[in-house]
Design a protein around this ligand. Structure first.
Ligand code: NAI
Length: 467
């Protein structure tokens, strides 16, 4: 095999594989190194995709068990077959990871299986399972090594009693009692899954609210809805220790304000306190500059070493989200090709795939207040949206924040069914610099949930029709 490439991408996750495909499309001789044995990274293998499969399946189960009977669909006797559900999830993961492998073949990308390390700015070595190393030459290196779960000091994740999201996606029986440390994205998605499947779920969160950085209005509403669904919350609480004793797990925590100590005994503990960049020792050895333990890049995604670029969860820019990494993958390939690749970090949508979904793009009210930017707000509840009403999906609202003077949309926050799909229209509007008036004057199909967006835009100017 020829060992000379134009581009070598290290890491086959959403950032890396998309970058490899775009590089190949641009005519570069491209290789992608991946150590996991399958392509797709955390997202496809142990993140976004398997969690969305279980979120969908557990929601169907929950509805069939608790809601259908009231709606004229006789569903008594519905039973859970967890191993079949897990098989379905695994099948979806396999199909998608194989799909990426097919795309590599289609684009003539060399897939190097093993662990890559950078030896110099033009040389990368790949160690296979038997630790045999082969070196490859390249003009450009793109680091896309992603992130790994963080833990708390003194708490060791064993993926049995104390798990990360990876373990929580593969429990072989429904835990009677599940404690989740961290009320962020992972904690609330995984908590929803296991609550619906029958666990008693308690979330212990350090802050006095869930989902740090989320618009407060939405965060408060989200907390109310999840509490109504039966998830217990211990906010403003710091976990002090987690111990495993005879297959029982004991969690000790203290309230930050009252200093009251509490202890809960449970079957499983999920540690979901964030993720940290995956920085190999080769990166440190080469002297690649870091910022807050993440790779520092310039506006061309280039590190301090010319020809070595980095994208995705391992860099200091933007949130740790798969779609952000994909966009960076495309941008960096285009920049290397001399084109104007670009990522707009002001318009990166974020979605939590609970029921209802929560989605946002742009600034929160709290951020705007901090920046002393004057704004106006339009809100519209799904309770007043006809489609949401007939579908029994009346929880939540759409909130549009626009500049007080220019009316330019600065942020959109949605809690409600299909929020994750609806946010795309808002991202597009913001990319085009839309005003709330532009959204209000765009014809939205009736009856759809998206009419709530139009109504929220009308509400910015205090003229909603249906509320
Ligand atoms: P996160 O940053 O969303 O939430 C971590 C939570 O843990 C925070 O609320 C934080 O205050 C809390 N916390 C930290 N230390 C604590 C302590 N000692 N005791 C109690 N609580 C503590 O991180 P998470 O949920 O682990 O997700 C990791 C990454 O994966 C995030 O960057 C997220 O964006 C991404 N992700 C995205 C998803 C999506 O797009 N739907 C789904 C899952 C993950």
């Amino acid at each position: 095999m020829d060992k000379n490439f134009d581009v070598i991408v290290i890491g086959g996750g959403p950032g890396g594989y998309v970058c490899a495909i775009r590089s190949a499309q641009l005519g570069f001789k491209t290789a992608c190194i991946e150590s996991r044995g399958t392509l797709g990274g955390t997202c496809l293998n142990v993140g976004c995709i398997p969690s969305k499969s279980l979120l969908n399946l557990s929601e169907n189960y929950h509805k069939a068990q608790n809601e259908f009977n009231n709606l004229g669909i006789e569903s008594s006797g519905v039973k859970l077959n967890l191993s079949k559900m897990m098989n379905n999830k695994n099948k979806s993961v396999l199909t998608l990871t194989k799909g990426v492998e097919y795309l590599f073949k289609k684009n003539k990308i060399t897939y190097l299986k093993g662990t890559g390390s950078i030896l110099s700015k033009n040389t990368v070595s790949v160690a296979d399972e038997s630790k045999k190393k082969i070196s490859y030459q390249t003009k450009n290196i793109i680091i896309s090594t992603g992130s790994i779960p963080s833990s708390l000091s003194g708490i060791k994740i064993d993926e049995n009693n104390i798990v990360s999201s990876t373990g929580a996606l593969s429990f072989n029986k429904v835990p009677k009692e599940l404690i989740i440390i961290g009320g962020g994205y992972i904690g609330l998605e995984m908590g929803s899954i296991w609550k619906r499947l029958g666990s008693k779920v308690t979330v212990i969160e350090f802050l006095d609210h869930i989902i740090p950085g989320m618009d407060k209005d939405v965060s408060n509403e989200f907390l109310k809805i999840l509490t109504k669904q039966g998830i217990n919350f211990k906010l403003d609480s710091k976990v002090t220790s987690v111990n495993v004793l005879r297959n029982k797990t004991i969690v000790d925590f203290t309230n930050n304000k009252s200093a009251k100590r509490e202890r809960i005994e449970c079957d499983k503990v999920l540690v979901a306190v964030g993720r940290k960049s995956n920085i190999g020792s080769d990166i440190v050895k080469l002297g690649i500059k870091l910022e807050k333990e993440k790779i520092k890049v310039n506006n061309k995604f280039e590190t301090n070493i010319k020809g070595i670029y980095a994208i995705g969860d391992c860099i200091h820019l933007g949130p740790m989200l798969a779609h952000k990494a994909e966009d960076e993958g495309i941008a960096v390939a285009e920049i290397i090709a001399g084109q104007a690749g670009h990522v707009n970090y002001d318009v990166i949508p974020a979605v939590i795939y609970t029921s209802p979904e929560v989605a946002s793009v742009g600034k929160t009210e709290q951020e705007l207040q901090k920046e002393s930017i004057k704004y106006k707000v339009g809100k519209f509840p799904f309770l007043a949206n006809s489609r949401a009403k007939v579908n029994n999906e009346t929880e939540g609202f759409v909130k549009i924040i626009a500049d007080e003077k220019t009316d330019k949309v600065l942020g959109v926050h949605i809690i409600g069914s299909h929020a994750g799909t609806m946010i795309a229209e808002m991202a597009l509007a913001m990319e085009f610099g839309a005003s709330s008036e532009d959204i209000a004057r765009t014809c939205h199909a009736h009856p759809t949930h998206t009419e709530a967006v139009k109504e929220a835009a009308l509400a910015v100017d205090k003229r909603p029709i249906h509320f």
